[in-house]
Design a protein around this ligand. Sequence first.
Ligand SMILES: Nc1ncnc2c1ncn2[C@@H]1O[C@H](COP(=O)(O)OP(=O)(O)O)[C@@H](O)[C@H]1O
Ligand SMILES: [Mg+2]
Length: 232
Amino acid sequence: MPTIVFANPKGGVGKSTSAVILATQIAAKGADVTILDADPNKPVSQWSKRGNIPQNIKVIADISETTIIDEIDAAAAKTPFVVVDLEGTASMMVAYAISRADLVIIPLQGSQLDASQGAKAVSLIKQQEKAFNKTIPLAILFTRTNSALKPRTLIHIQAEFYKHGIRALKTQLHEREAYRALFSFGGTLETLDPSQVGNLEKALLNAREYAAEIVAMLKAEQSQETLVTANV
Ligand SMILES: Nc1ncnc2c1ncn2[C@@H]1O[C@H](COP(=O)(O)OP(=O)(O)O)[C@@H](O)[C@H]1O
Ligand SMILES: [Mg+2]
């Protein structure tokens, strides 16, 4: 069942935040999700230890280069969705996780520095495609964007990726206090207290739209795969 991997060699671009938002939104729709916390700093495990985690989310930590592939396969056999949060580095573990992905999401913020690191993630994925002789679908996710305005740098970066045939999700994850609050209070956007967290409703709408776009993308990839297999 689909494995969605969050990768970018740069730290602080929003991988863990975007991974937890995706997992919790899929779980809110009723599907079981396993999150593999493959970052030695264990940000997702720390989030889960704060409590209020939906019953249909399982977090697995203490994953190493030698166990990541087995962990992904075992999780994919048990739950319909697997979300992998990786460390902000280019390691063997990252390469292995990418090789098993049905979709790699590359979160980045709208700066040129982030774009270069995002381009590195893309080349690593292309390398894995060659090594394993398979297609690994990917998409850029712009994070921490301003909901009110679209800076020129962001438009330029989007255009550059597009020119090179690299798609970006239409939905961007805006800069929202609620997404930070998830990691302070634990739980999900649905369990946060609107009296303590500003603009929670807008954050929820944005998160739902983001998760729906990824699920639709996975469905499209799956039907594409079925078509290809049927033609063989
Ligand atoms: N959409 C967002 N809105 C607000 N804060 C965010 C958002 N995405 C990430 N952050 C914050 O940015 C920092 C880095 O995010 P994180 O998800 O830990 O990145 P990474 O996993 O790539 O290192 C954290 O402090 C996190 O709370
Ligand atoms: Mg992280």
